[in-house]
Design a protein around this ligand. Structure first.
Ligand code: ADP
Ligand code: MG
Length: 407
């Protein structure tokens, strides 16, 4: 339906429309009326389908209707600090020009700062389970007036082993509350958890739309490992890529690739699990706000991160699981905008490419063998043809410094 038709607070509605939303997504269509009617909901829909707004808008609408201003009435639990931060940014957008106040309760940051905010009074808290549990346990935070609980990215919560912590948190919350559980996939454990924590839950499921893939231009370049950086620099320049998420396999690779990009004079940063939390958050925020153009990330660090303006995803290294490939490229081609997924495939990675192509369909890929840094994928024993310049016209416009030590 049209956003304008949603019967919610006008400021809230205008803020959502100001985000560029015109129509609600299918999961929003289904979840919003249920939450507004007071039902507990178990909602499952693929990543990038607008689940955050599906719970935030109805809850924030209730918060705006509430007269009792001092207490925290809504709690959103997210599995990682990055996701909590991202939800926080979305709360900020929708809360513009309203009296809604929120706080983040996440690990790796000053407890005192978080408590200071909370003690001044917040309507909504976005939290990761560990830190929230700590504050509840030490009775530093009072959630006795809580009315809404959302557990977001439930599948990841389970994967990361947060189930016990979540149980402990929920035991400290009022029984009389509305609870919603959101997930990108439905595992058996998710349903069990829903049965345990939710009251007469209504299950809503939206399946992945296969059409989405049509919006993503998928290109594979065959290239020798040692030429990947040169090729990446070449593509970035050639296609005037404004901003990109670049996936690598390991933390060390993330550092190396980001360093090489920096050396080439580009605006890049690495995001991976070895970084201090404060640094991760800065980097993440800078990328979200377009202050960093190129983010080089490992799968774990980037999981669940959604950047609405992202048009380019690079697989600097191919993942070994085809599902991971889908996850990676699913971050672009959102909301009817075309996205580009560019994979740099070395000879050794051909074995990863095969299952990826099998999963997605060979026809969806454009394969580029002839380019400034081509090699021909070869059978064992055939002569090597690496790093040859094939006289492609692209060469002529490529004035990027070639460097052996880039990677
Ligand atoms: P999910 O949690 O399902 O992975 P998000 O809530 O993070 O997805 O939303 C993905 C992107 O879609 C965000 O950038 C969000 O701002 C945007 N979005 C949400 N609802 C709509 C809508 N109705 N129309 C267009 N874009 C939307
Ligand atoms: Mg989400």
């Amino acid at each position: 339906m049209k956003f304008e038709q949603l019967d919610i607070n006008t400021t809230l509605l205008n803020n959502a429309v100001a985000c560029g939303y015109t129509d609600t997504t299918p999961i929003q269509d289904q979840v919003m009326p249920l939450l507004r009617a007071g039902s507990d909901v178990l909602a499952c829909a693929p990543t990038g389908t607008g689940k955050t707004a599906a719970f935030l808008l109805p809850i924030m609408n209730e918060l705006l209707g509430s007269t009792d201003i001092a207490d925290t009435k809504a709690l959103i639990l997210a599995p990682t600090r990055e996701l909590a931060l991202q939800i926080g940014l979305e709360v900020e957008k929708y809360a513009r020009d309203t009296a809604i106040r929120y706080a983040l309760v996440i690990g790796g940051e000053s407890i005192d700062d978080q408590l200071y905010l909370i003690n001044r009074g917040v309507d909504l808290i976005v939290a990761t389970p560990g830190r929230l549990h700590q504050l509840l346990d030490e009775q530093l935070i009072d959630l006795r007036a809580l009315q809404f609980l959302v557990i977001d990215e439930c599948d990841r919560m389970l994967d990361l082993g947060f189930i016990t912590t979540i149980r402990k948190i929920v035991h400290k919350l009022p029984n009389k509350r509305q609870t919603a559980l959101f997930s990108a996939t439905l595992q058996e454990e998710t349903e069990l958890l829903a049965r345990e924590l939710l009251r007469k839950p209504i299950k809503v499921e939206v399946k992945a739309a296969p059409l989405d893939m049509a919006l993503i231009n998928q290109t594979v370049y065959y290239v020798d490992k040692q030429n990947k950086m040169n090729l990446l620099l070449h593509i970035l320049k050639e296609e005037a890529v404004p901003s990109a998420l670049i996936f690598v396999r390991t933390r060390a690779d993330a550092e190396k690739v980001a360093d090489a990009l920096l050396k080439a004079g580009l605006d890049a940063a690495a995001l991976h699990g070895d970084l201090e939390q404060v640094d991760r958050q800065h980097i993440f925020k800078d990328f979200m706000n377009n202050r960093i153009a190129l983010l080089v990330a490992t799968d774990v660090a980037a999981r669940g991160i959604d950047i609405p303006t992202l048009t380019y995803v690079f697989n600097y290294e191919l993942p070994n699981e085809p599902e991971t490939y889908l996850h990676r490229i699913g971050r672009t081609g959102r909301a009817n905008k075309t996205g580009f997924a560019i994979s740099l495939c070395s000879n050794a990675e051909l074995r990863f490419l095969k299952p990826i192509k099998a999963l997605i369909g060979k026809k969806k890929f454009t394969t580029i063998e002839q380019h400034a840094f081509s090699y021909a994928p070869r059978e064992k024993g055939t002569p090597r043809n690496s790093a040859s310049f094939k006289g492609n016209i692209r060469n002529k416009t490529c004035d990027i410094t070639q460097s052996e030590d880039l990677l």
